[in-house]
Ligand binder design. Structure first.
Ligand code: NAG
Ligand code: NAG
Ligand code: NAG
Ligand code: NAG
Length: 494
């Protein structure tokens, strides 16, 4: 089916253009460093909170393409499923807790996920460094069987960043398939940054002997800022002494370590003369957890909620090459979802404007807009989300956002020093539906259903339809018992 489709698309394209067009030299494929943060809140970075020390990230942000309307699911497992598959997690039963610790759930093996696309269709070498969290009950679900040429990191959702012990105090760290015990005691952010530097060195060495070396896609999936909060003390002493809240001070240190890691990596790329071939993508899988010291200020709510603070994240692209990113240093306000990276990166690599890829149903190619330097414009008309575990749903259309049953974490938390937060509403007073105009009211202070009654009724009907379409989240399957595998979280139990 797929090759036939491709062939006919090619014929049509050729019919329209081959007679007149000069042969276009193949566009050079950029190396891609995709930095995926874990639970990094809207306010957990230097360009939003000056007490945080992230000069490397701030520099790329200020000169990059700043996505101002970039959204994710409200928690890690579903968000990574959307990123990798280009499909809403609620179409696959992967919302809620489906992929937590002992689950056999995963993106269906028949789907071609992003690293497979990059590797098999687009000619990339692909590497996952850090957190996977997309299933491991059988070997076929693990990263190197799903399109990554290499894997250095962990399977579950979180772990102690020094001991690499996860839930049930079982060990979780691997190099490809092999349990890697030699990293025990070394801090995750350091390990993941160093591994990335090693991959860059290997790329550079390979290039020296073979001009046909494939470009790289490195997914640098840091475990920071996810709890547990731990960081080598010197990051706090050097950069976060002024942060008064204890938890927030550790988050600040964790961010300083990430920033240093990214500085190390980009310094190496500079030294190797590779900056002109590089695209950096930076984003987070969801919002921060205020109870752990993160801040989504001034946005409302928390991780695991559909308030803006749970799902609106800091995202940017950065490149020093105008061949890679023709326009730069601007804020792009088009509506974007984490599932759009699939079609957008594919579109960018091939420089196509095809709005969607067949079968990647919730991924829109936004390259069309990003490359032109327009501040608005999007191929995505709406965002829909349903999570029966959390008992919530939402629909975003243009600037309007309809929330269903969202009452947990209804406040605005962890304001900057000297600022007083609005009073937290009583969650029992909140209505079943709430409608916000995010252009006027990005902090979601005022329910505008009354003044937009017709719109509210229309959107509520659409949201009911979405809720009917959503499959139930796959139940957590707790058959993974690390005791059966020598105290290590391991495949082989489904
Ligand atoms: C980004 O979005 C926020 C919230 O909607 C808005 O206040 C801000 O002006 C936007 N920034 C730019 C540069 O568009
Ligand atoms: C474990 O990781 C280290 C990198 O920190 C690497 O040098 C070593 O070869 C790895 N061990 C195994 C068993 O793959
Ligand atoms: C960055 O590199 C320096 C010097 O090699 C090293 O001491 C530091 O630990 C590295 N930082 C990270 C986060 O990897
Ligand atoms: C980015 O654009 C702003 C104006 O929009 C300008 O002041 C600034 O100098 C630019 N930065 C760079 C690095 O070009």
């Amino acid at each position: 089916m797929a090759p036939k489709l491709l062939a006919s698309t090619f014929l049509v394209t050729c019919f329209l253009s081959c007679a007149v067009a000069q042969p276009v030299p193949a566009r050079k494929k950029p190396n891609i460093l995709f930095v995926l943060m874990d639970d990094m809140g809207w306010g957990d970075v230097g360009f939003r909170d000056s007490q945080f020390h992230t000069p490397t990230i701030d520099g790329m942000y200020s000169q990059g393409v700043r996505f101002n309307n970039s959204y994710t699911p409200p928690n890690c497992g579903p968000s990574r499923a959307a990123l990798l598959s280009g499909v809403y997690p609620w179409r696959m039963g992967l919302q809620g807790n489906a992929i937590n610790s002992g689950s056999s759930a995963a993106i269906p093996l028949g789907r071609t996920i992003l690293p497979q696309k990059l590797k098999d269709d687009l000619g990339y070498q692909t590497h996952l460094v850090g957190k996977w969290h997309q299933g491991f009950c059988k070997t076929e679900q693990t990263p190197t069987e799903r399109g990554f040429d290499s894997f250095f990191g962990f399977y579950l959702s979180k772990q102690d960043p020094f001991s690499h012990l996860s839930k049930k105090d079982a060990y979780d760290f691997r190099s490809d398939h092999e349990v890697n015990r030699s990293v025990a005691g070394q801090y995750s952010t350091y390990l993941f940054s160093e591994r990335t530097r090693q991959l860059v060195r290997e790329y550079k060495d390979s290039l020296a002997s073979n001009a046909d070396t494939k470009p790289f896609f490195i997914m640098l999936s840091y475990s920071a800022l996810h709890a547990p909060n731990q960081v080598p003390q010197h990051y706090i002493d050097q950069h976060c002494a002024d942060v008064s809240d204890h938890n927030r001070q550790i988050k600040c240190g964790m961010m300083a370590a990430v920033d240093e890691g990214l500085k190390n990596i980009t310094d190496d790329l500079k030294a190797h003369g590779l900056m002109d071939d590089l695209l950096v993508v930076f984003t987070s899988d969801d919002g921060g957890d205020h109870e752990e010291g993160s801040s989504n200020w001034p946005l409302r709510g928390n991780k695991r909620t559909l308030w803006e603070g749970g799902i609106r994240v800091n995202t940017f692209m950065y490149s020093e090459s105008r061949d890679i990113l023709p326009e730069t240093n601007f804020t792009w306000g088009g509506l974007f979802y984490i599932s759009d990276f699939y079609a957008t990166l594919s579109g960018m690599i091939e420089d196509t404007e095809t709005r969607k890829l067949p079968e990647i149903v919730d991924s829109y190619n936004q390259w069309t807009y990003i490359k032109t330097g327009q501040t608005t414009g999007t191929n995505r008309l709406e965002i829909a989300y349903v999570d029966q575990d959390l008992g919530v749903a939402m629909l975003r259309r243009d600037q309007w956002k309809l929330l269903y049953m969202q009452s947990r974490h209804p406040g605005w938390y962890n304001p900057p020093p000297g600022v007083t937060a609005r009073e937290e509403p009583n969650r029992n007073d909140l209505p079943k539906y709430q409608l916000f105009d995010l252009d006027r009211d990005p902090e979601e202070t005022t329910d505008v259903r009354k003044d937009n009654y017709e719109r509210y009724i229309r959107m509520a009907a659409s949201l009911r339809e979405v809720r009917r379409m959503a499959v139930n989240p796959i139940d957590e399957d707790l058959h993974s018992d690390p005791d059966r595998f020598d105290g290590v979280w391991s495949p082989g139990w489904c």
